[in-house]
Design a binder for this molecule. Structure first.
Ligand code: PDD
Length: 283
């Protein structure tokens, strides 16, 4: 019996298996997976698992290049080679390997990983004595302040923006609050005040955002770290987004709505110049 790894057609041990640091699963959490239990050499409910895998792929706009039959065959072959009868099969498909970029090439080849391992020892007293659990607030997908590599939602938003020939996607909560963009912070300038979402769990507190606020202060521009809504966004005199790569980018259109005069505004321009002065001074 041997625990085994299948990686894009290669089969070997966990120790000998490697994948590129440019794998999108590694960089963005841009992938999907299934865990299947094997009883006495027979995978349980494998059709259900493969169906869910396909549904997950569709939900993240990924095309799986292998049929359900092929995936079942790769899995069965690996299981037989491993000789393990009581096993855990892990199937992971990441979007593929490419230089880090939220935008993906629709032609990218997914990476397929399948592993077969022994079922871990399960303490019997769990069933006889029962167990304790704890409560937690439902915080999944709500930890935007962590610069985490779990970027799947950002990847999807950024690619939807590209499909709409837009440079960014801005997130709007159910109550209309505008938080940030897929990979940038967002600012609006309205009634002579510069507004951006407060630095809490709803946004990543951008380094560019910090120095943009500092630049605005030095320019004597009124700033407030306060929530604003999508209605405020559309009615703003100016809108811009910020990040470490593109610095300060003026927004002239949100969906089909023209912002301000439909051209980059003077405040965004002034702030970008102020930001450049700050970063040239070195911090
Ligand atoms: N992203 N918000 C999100 C969700 C981001 O991913 C980023 C940056 C920012 C701006 O942060 P900063 O000003 O520190 O770059 C805000 C980087 C550029 C990326 O993921 O490539």
């Amino acid at each position: 019996m041997q625990e085994l790894v299948y990686l894009n057609g290669w089969i070997g041990s966990f120790e000998d298996s490697f994948i590129s640091v440019n794998d999108r699963g590694y960089n963005f959490g841009d992938g999907i997976y299934e865990v299947v239990r094997v009883y006495n050499g027979v995978p349980f409910a494998v059709v259900d698992h493969l169906e869910r895998l396909e549904n997950s792929a569709a939900a993240i706009e990924m095309t799986i290049p292998w049929s359900r039959v092929q995936l079942a065959m790769f899995t069965e072959d690996l299981l037989v080679q491993s000789g393990i009868k009581e096993a855990i099969i892990y199937i992971q498909i990441s979007r593929g390997t490419a230089h880090r970029n939220h935008l993906y090439d629709p032609q990218i080849n997914p990476n397929l990983l399948i592993t077969v391992r022994q079922v871990p020892e399960i303490a019997r007293d769990m069933y006889t004595d029962g167990v304790k659990i704890i409560t937690q607030p439902e915080f999944r997908w709500q930890l935007c302040h962590i610069k985490s590599t779990s970027l799947l939602s950002s990847v999807l938003a950024k690619n939807r923006a590209a499909q709409a020939e837009a440079a960014e996607a801005v997130f709007v909560m159910e109550d209309g609050t505008v938080t940030e963009c897929s990979a940038s912070n967002i600012f609006i300038y309205s009634n002579k005040v510069l507004l951006t979402h407060p630095a809490n769990n709803r946004i990543l507190s951008g380094i560019t955002r910090k120095y943009v606020l500092q630049a605005a202060h030095s320019l004597g521009i009124n700033t407030r770290e306060e929530t604003f809504t999508s209605t405020d966004l559309l009615a703003a005199d100016e809108v811009f987004f910020t990040n470490s790569v593109t610095e300060v980018v003026p927004v002239i259109k949100v969906d089909d709505h023209i912002i301000g005069s439909g051209a980059p505004g003077p405040v965004a321009n002034q702030i970008h110049t102020g930001f450049i002065t700050l970063r040239n001074a070195g911090v």
